[in-house]
Design a protein around this ligand. Structure first.
Ligand SMILES: NC(=O)C1=CN([C@@H]2O[C@H](COP(=O)(O)OP(=O)(O)OC[C@H]3O[C@@H](n4cnc5c(N)ncnc54)[C@H](OP(=O)(O)O)[C@@H]3O)[C@@H](O)[C@H]2O)C=CC1
Ligand SMILES: CC(=O)N[C@@H](CCC(=O)OP(=O)(O)O)C(=O)O
Length: 342
């Protein structure tokens, strides 16, 4: 059994991790942290976990973390980078759901995240955990940077086109919508029911911190820098991301066959039949990314529709998928979930 710790067990990605890990046949949950709730039974805070998780929260520096085989950080940006070195030195593998180890250029990370990096040496060795791209490196990772939610949906949608050099990579456009749980469980005015329900807005148009992460991933796939316009939106639903992606085609190609072949052996990417319009509800509470590719009116613009559950393939599910790869387990162990509908 893999001994697992979760730092940040009271947040949305934390409780989603616990839901998945509680059912995982090879996991022994060992330590779940909270700064304010240490001593409280986890199931008292989350009745959904009653009779599934019988641990109490411990403080984030609890010694039990160093006895784990792997520790997930489901914490705000800037936390894992301060604790990871000590854990790695103790032989513990680290999976960070935040952004501390996602951007290889530390100066660029500091610019977007507005803080000094506490562990640049670990950034250099960290592996970006998008299994559809990086499976071999993930196997050996000691520090795993779990991708952001928007970056997962956007990269998976663009990758087949960019890797094959079929589109103009100077003019990519990603128009993405997220449910409110993407903002986390912390109290914030813009996430209040009366602020977010029955309304719809774009945000971060001048520059969102996921822009450098997506550009980094697509540039790697293209073998050269890419130009990307990324516009996120907040939509009044709880879970889900819907990304509508636009690219200018340079070469004639069977787009449907390209996408089907690229993802033929991927357990969590489902390329829908030609003409489909995926909806977020079709992936809700599952680790799936469902994709449809269109070429409206036979023109030169490719439109890709990509949907994920931000808390699962966009965070906790992908983190468990990465853990499975890191520990040599079947990649879909504990993740064979049918989406919840309605
Ligand atoms: N929500 C989403 O859809 C996604 C989130 N992410 C990323 O995952 C991370 C967690 O997000 P999310 O679960 O939404 O956030 P939440 O705000 O819901 O939860 C944050 C958690 O971190 C803990 N925490 C806060 N500060 C500290 C600290 N200084 N030391 C230790 N623990 C701390 C909190 O617990 P307590 O206060 O009890 O200690 C809480 O459990 C973030 O980095 C986020 O950007 C990534 C992809 C998608
Ligand atoms: C709806 C919403 O607010 N979404 C968050 C992104 C989700 C997230 O947590 O991203 P990281 O893992 O990179 O921090 C935002 O736009 O800031």
């Amino acid at each position: 059994m893999i001994k697992v710790g979760v730092v940040g067990g009271t947040g949305y990605t934390g409780v989603e991790l616990l839901r998945l890990l509680a059912l995982h046949p090879q996991v022994s949950l060992t330590a779940i942290t909270s700064r304010g709730e240490a001593g409280l039974p986890v199931a008292d805070m989350f009745p959904s976990l009653r009779k599934r998780v019988d641990l109490r929260f411990v403080a984030p520096q609890d010694a039990a973390l160093t006895e784990c085989d792997v520790v997930f950080f489901a914490t705000p940006n800037g936390i894992a980078m301060k604790q990871a070195a000590e854990l790695v030195a103790a032989g513990v593998r680290v999976i960070d759901l935040a952004a501390d180890f996602r951007i290889r250029d530390v100066a660029e990370w500091q610019k977007w995240y507005g803080m000094e990096h506490a562990a640049p040496e670990l950034v250099a060795e960290a592996v970006y955990g998008l299994p559809e791209v990086n499976r071999e490196q993930i196997r050996k990772a000691r520090v795993l940077a779990n991708p952001g939610c928007y970056p997962t949906a956007v990269q998976l949608g663009f990758l087949p086109l960019v890797e094959a050099g079929l589109v103009d990579t100077a003019s990519l456009i990603a128009d993405a919508k997220s449910g409110v749980s993407g903002a986390g469980r912390k109290a914030e005015v813009h996430a209040l029911f009366s602020e977010a329900a029955d309304s719809f807005k774009a945000y971060g148009v001048p520059g969102h911190r996921h822009l450098p992460e997506i550009r980094q991933g697509l540039a790697r796939a293209a073998g050269a820098p890419v130009g990307l316009t990324f516009v996120p939106h907040l939509t009044p639903m709880i879970r889900g991301i819907h990304a509508t992606l636009y690219a200018q085609l340079k070469t004639e190609v069977d787009l449907q066959a390209l996408f089907e072949q690229r993802y033929a052996s991927e357990p969590f990417v489902d390329v829908l039949p030609a003409g489909a319009h995926p909806e977020t509800r079709s992936v809700r509470a599952s680790n799936l990314c469902r994709i449809a590719v269109h070429r409206p009116q036979g023109g030169n613009v490719v439109v890709v529709l990509s949907v994920i559950d931000n808390l699962v393939k966009g965070a906790a599910g992908q983190a468990v998928q990465n853990m499975n790869i890191m520990f040599g387990l079947e990649e879909s162990l504990g993740l064979d979930l049918v989406p919840v509908s309605p």
